[in-house]
Design a protein around this ligand. Structure first.
Ligand SMILES: [Zn+2]
Length: 536
């Protein structure tokens, strides 16, 4: 049996300290349920005494039956000028209904003097009394030793004395915090080893920040030195440069170091959990994120692609599926027949190398790429291109024409955008007009208005992102000042997201192409799903 490392997730507490991370109470509930499915042992959900959202969360979460995770609440040791029994912060912790309590205390004399404005002896009593008081009322109790590594370097004996007080008062784990994130891995390993020798009976934990970009390495190193309780956040969200990223820590511990962190067969959910948490935080997933990022197993260079297709281990450090990710081959102008076959297979299309379609598709791609199309991002446009080349995409409508208009009537007023679209669906001609925030939005609205009558599923799709790039004229295409623009549109429905592309000298035309591809993709996919559901 692999040895267990306890996973203590603090995405909903320390993670929300990240500058661009905001969760409403409903968001926090959704994330908590997801983390429970993943199977983290503890889920630190907030500091109930510090803000009303957290207080509300602790009330709401009582209505849910979590399967695996225990909810932890966070707070501080009692006020230096009071006693635990009368401390409002500790009282809030006891009333919030959490399954576990974590309190942080000072272990660095600078902070004892500057922040608490008290003396070193009294701080020891504060730690001991706070924990002893909570101990009687909670089944799980943790002590976060704030600034432990800085404190240890300045006064080893005092930092250890703080830990001993917490241990004697009954804490289940003593969590060594690199609060400022400045400790280097070798130094941290040495300090954790010393603490482990001093307190061999105690469970040690680790809580690191990424200010020297070593939060993950420091966490793993602490485990090597004896820590068995690991704190971190999904995607490394957290104050300043973030916390230790559990999306890297967990697979490293499980796949490379032989520990058990999550219940069996949960690791495969990691990629989807990572994306889910980014989406709920309304942040774009970071594509180069190790293990779970979109690019983590993406191969582009010709040599890499042909090697990886023969044997994935040549350029992959783990099996992408073990963390729920997948290998991707990126289409670029390096792409040859084998890349096309590989991509087609991913979309469920089986092509042979000497299939006449393949050469046709390859030629089309080469021509489009020379004009500035980029299919490495716009995979939906590429997938459509494959299906179209094989005659699989039904033309749902014919465009008879569009018009997009911008007008500005007053200097300090926003311009007014309006579009009309004329399409033919079956025997019907639809002529629709719509306004919008900018001409592309107006076109989008007008096109949907026309189509919704025939295809109600268009209503559930949204345009999520729109990117325009001016392509610099190249030697092969010396157009001078009349530069082409490339437009990427990212769309989504409740199930998935997709990206399409358009290129033209005219930004409206380029947008229109991407827009039409996006709508076509949605209609095509839904039709495919319907066919699959109704069987052969
Ligand atoms: Zn922290």
């Amino acid at each position: 049996m692999p040895e267990k490392v306890t996973i203590y997730d603090t995405t909903l507490r320390d993670g929300t300290q990240g500058e661009d991370v905001h969760f409403s109470c409903e968001d926090k509930i959704r994330v908590a349920k997801k983390l429970d499915e993943l199977g983290v042992d503890f889920l630190e959900a907030g500091w109930p005494a510090s803000n009303p959202t957290d207080e509300q969360f602790f009330r709401e979460i009582q209505h849910y039956q979590l399967q695996h995770s225990r909810i932890a609440a966070f707070g501080s040791t009692h006020s230096p000028r009071g006693v635990p029994e009368n401390d409002s912060g500790l009282a809030t912790l006891l009333q919030c209904g959490a399954d576990a309590l974590t309190i942080f205390g000072k272990t660095w004399e600078v902070h004892v003097h500057e922040a608490l404005k008290t003396d070193l002896e009294h701080n020891l009593r504060i730690i001991r009394n706070s924990l002893a008081y909570l101990r009687e009322h909670t089944p799980a109790l943790f002590f976060d030793a704030e600034h432990f590594f800085d404190g240890f370097k300045e006064d080893r004996d005092y930092a250890l004395a703080c830990l001993k007080q917490a241990s004697e008062a009954g804490a289940d784990a003593l969590v060594l915090c690199d609060t400022n994130g400045g400790t280097l891995t070798s130094e941290l390993h040495d300090i954790v080893s010393q603490v482990f020798r001093e307190l061999p009976q105690v469970q040690l934990g680790i809580h690191t920040h990424n200010d020297s970009e070593q939060a993950v390495a420091n966490t793993l190193s602490a485990v090597e030195a004896g820590a068995r309780h690991v704190q971190g956040t999904i995607n490394g969200f957290g104050e300043r440069c973030g916390n230790a990223n559990l999306c890297s820590v967990i697979p490293s511990l499980e796949l490379k170091m032989g520990y058990s962190c999550l219940p069996e067969n949960r690791l495969q959910q990691l990629t989807s959990v990572s994306h889910f948490v980014s989406e709920v935080a309304n942040l774009r997933p970071f594509s180069r994120q190790p293990f779970v990022g979109r690019s983590a197993f993406a191969h582009k260079g010709g040599v890499h692609v042909s090697a990886v297709l023969k044997n994935a281990r040549t350029y992959e450090h783990i099996q992408p599926e073990s963390v729920g990710n997948q290998q991707r081959v990126i289409l670029s102008d390096l792409s040859g027949k084998s890349n096309i076959l590989f991509k087609a297979r991913q979309y469920g299309i089986h092509l042979e190398k000497d299939d006449p379609f393949v050469l046709d598709i390859l030629n089309q791609i080469k021509e489009l790429e020379s004009k500035g199309f980029d299919f490495s991002v716009a995979e939906a446009s590429f997938e459509l291109l494959l299906h179209r080349a094989m005659g699989r995409v039904r033309r749902n409508y014919t465009l008879l024409g569009f018009r997009a208009m911008d007008a500005k009537h007053k200097e300090d007023e926003d311009p007014f955008s309006e579009a009309t679209v004329m399409i033919q669906v079956g025997g019907d001609t639809e002529h629709t007009a719509a306004t919008g925030k900018g001409p592309v939005n107006a076109l989008d609205n007008a096109l949907r208005k026309g189509l919704e009558k025939f295809y109600s599923n268009i209503r559930e799709m949204d345009l999520l992102d729109f990117k325009v790039r001016v392509l610099s004229p190249s030697l092969e295409a010396p157009e001078g000042t009349a530069s082409r623009v490339r437009v990427f549109i990212e769309s989504g429905d409740p199930h998935t997201r997709w990206i399409t592309v358009g290129v033209s000298y005219n930004i409206i035309e380029a947008s229109w192409q991407a827009l039409v591809d996006s709508v076509d993709y949605k209609l095509f996919k839904d039709e495919q799903d319907k066919r699959a559901a109704s069987g052969p």
